[in-house]
Design a protein around this ligand. Structure first.
Ligand SMILES: *[C@@H]1O[C@H](CO)[C@@H](O)[C@H](O)[C@H]1NC(C)=O
Ligand SMILES: *[C@@H]1O[C@H](CO)[C@@H](O)[C@H](O)[C@H]1NC(C)=O
Ligand SMILES: *[C@@H]1O[C@H](CO)[C@@H](O)[C@H](O)[C@H]1NC(C)=O
Ligand SMILES: *[C@@H]1O[C@H](CO)[C@@H](O)[C@H](O)[C@H]1NC(C)=O
Ligand SMILES: *[C@@H]1O[C@H](CO)[C@@H](O)[C@H](O)[C@H]1NC(C)=O
Ligand SMILES: *[C@@H]1O[C@H](CO)[C@@H](O)[C@H](O)[C@H]1NC(C)=O
Ligand SMILES: *[C@@H]1O[C@H](CO)[C@@H](O)[C@H](O)[C@H]1NC(C)=O
Length: 459
């Protein structure tokens, strides 16, 4: 498509800015860049590293009652590396008619609403748009339901599939009492725990089939409907939530995170210096109800920094050190995940002190992997402070045809923390090999500049 779009028929002036005009070569590069940009994750609710990742909410009608039905609601997190952390999920929907919730097991609505027209038996919730949250661990046995009561925390599918599910039971009244008269709830919303998810409409799907405990008999739901929710980082927040810094054994320059990578709006009144008295006062680590961060003051103002250090060069292998630092005084990251994309990840020989799993979303390309903490060792990334970091080393076998330290090749192409893409430093600042010709680095620089120019042109 890009090549058939011949550059010479485009009047040069279209691509002119005040400063300068783009050359033909740059123009071609730019067209490529536009195509690339159109598919970049920030623009659409689609993650190229996890194309089929979503959260599916399934309602299985287990029985019809005189005025409605009892349903088991199951939330499955099919995302490879994005979990739902504390304080957990919040699920909302809108009833199609005048339904009420008589009872709920394994979860609760946050508000009962106006049930004044009910005499005697009062429903659990009469709101037209109920908001449901999970129960906390340790509730009495008779309030529990299988896979409930985890404070709304749901693991990433790639990290712990057995814990990537959450469920509760709801008994609905004033509703349809058969698969012909029941009306599906609408307008599902999911917070996980913050914004970012968009849910599609409920759709009737083939009824779920259950195997009895002895595995000798199958039963099935009377009716099943599914809702699919997908994540978009763009909807979640306008700024990134993490940044990346680089260093190498072959150049003493440390390439820092870009300045204000995560936005500097809060710098004035919402960050504290690590060596200040405030950083050592009691209660500073108390999480706030709305999960608002309290950051250590840095030039990047990110809660998380990932550092990639090219540490050693052997004949057939090379070694990278990866460190994650937490700059948020009010947050412990449980079940954190780190995803990196690098062409040599197809040849990981050993990963020290983190668990590692290759992610192969497209069968032919094996350049992405997921790192996460080892259980009870470093799966908890502690609040900002002396303990607020985790680190690992990765040993990679060189692929003789492609391996090079030139042109920043040894650094990752993409980095995600907890499923959000981290901001990388600009390519011209990467530590480079002494005396190497920087031709391609300059090329990538102009490419980046062209992208910017063209975006300015378009808007
Ligand atoms: C419905 O959701 C369940 C998981 O909750 C999933 O296994 C199933 O494939 C979904 N069905 C359809 C048709 O999407
Ligand atoms: C509704 O139930 C009837 C039997 O009661 C069944 O034949 C039919 O397939 C069901 N329809 C749906 C959409 O589940
Ligand atoms: C529910 O969804 C419909 C259509 O998507 C929309 O028109 C309506 O405003 C939504 N209602 C609420 C309360 O969000
Ligand atoms: C983080 O975890 C530690 C140990 O479990 C705890 O003492 C501390 O209060 C927690 N900090 C936050 C911000 O929750
Ligand atoms: C991808 O690379 C890893 C090594 O990092 C290897 O263990 C795995 O088998 C590879 N997977 C595929 C599908 O090639
Ligand atoms: C890993 O590197 C070695 C040496 O270059 C090569 O023979 C092997 O095929 C590579 N493995 C993969 C999965 O690419
Ligand atoms: C190290 O890399 C920086 C770019 O980040 C470059 O300016 C500097 O010249 C390099 N140092 C050496 C000794 O080549």
């Amino acid at each position: 498509m890009a090549s058939s779009y011949s550059a010479d028929i485009i009047p040069e002036s279209i691509f002119c800015q005040q400063r300068r005009c783009l050359s033909l070569l740059e123009l071609k590069l730019t067209l490529f860049a536009i195509l690339f940009f159109m598919f970049s994750p920030a623009v659409v609710a689609y993650d190229p590293l996890d194309p089929s990742g979503n959260v599916t909410i399934k309602w299985d009608v287990m029985s019809w009652t005189p005025d409605g039905y009892v349903a088991a609601v199951t939330m499955n997190n099919f995302q490879l590396y994005r979990h739902i952390g504390a304080p957990g999920w919040t699920l909302g929907w809108q009833w199609a008619k005048k339904e009420v919730i008589w009872t709920m097991v394994g979860a609760q609505t946050t508000e009962q609403g106006d049930c004044s027209k009910f005499k005697g038996n009062t429903p659990h919730c009469c709101k037209r748009n109920p908001t449901v949250v999970d129960l906390l661990p340790g509730v009495p046995y008779n309030q529990q339901f299988a896979n409930c009561c985890k404070g709304g925390v749901v693991s990433a599918w790639g990290q712990d599939p057995t814990a990537s599910v959450s469920a509760f039971q709801v008994s609905v009244g004033l509703a349809g009492t058969s698969n012909k008269t029941v009306k599906l709830p609408k307008n599902f919303t999911l917070l996980g725990p913050g914004p970012g998810y968009t849910c599609g409409p409920a759709k009737v799907v083939p009824s779920t089939v259950y195997l009895t405990a002895d595995r000798r008999r199958k039963t099935q739901a009377l009716m099943t409907w599914n809702v699919t929710c997908t994540y978009s980082q763009f909807l979640a927040s306008k700024n990134p939530s993490c940044c990346v810094s680089f260093s190498s054994f072959y150049n003493e320059t440390i390439t820092p995170c870009p300045s204000c990578a995560c936005g500097c709006q809060n710098k004035k009144n919402n960050c504290i210096m690590s060596d200040s008295k405030a950083a050592h006062t009691k209660g500073i680590n108390t999480p706030k109800k709305n999960n608002s961060p309290l950051l250590q003051c840095t030039h990047h103002m990110c809660p998380i920094r990932v550092h990639w250090h090219v540490k050693l060069n052997y004949r057939d292998y090379w070694r990278v050190k990866v460190a994650i630092t937490n700059f948020n005084y009010r947050m412990n990251y449980t079940q954190w995940t780190l995803v990196a994309q690098h062409p040599n990840l197809n040849n990981v020989t050993q990963v020290f002190s983190f668990d590692y799993k290759p992610l192969v979303p497209y069968e032919s390309i094996n350049d992405t992997g997921m790192f996460y903490g080892m259980k009870f060792y470093n799966d908890l990334l502690m609040e900002a402070g002396p303990q607020g970091n985790v680190q690992s080393e990765v040993l990679l076998q060189k692929n003789k045809d492609t391996f090079t330290f030139k042109q920043g090749w040894a650094f990752p192409r993409k980095v995600y923390f907890n499923g959000d893409e981290c901001m990388l430093p600009p390519p011209d600042t990467y530590p480079f090999l002494p005396n190497s010709a920087n031709v391609n680095l300059v090329a990538s620089l102009t490419l980046a500049a062209s992208v910017l120019l063209v975006i300015l042109c378009i808007h």
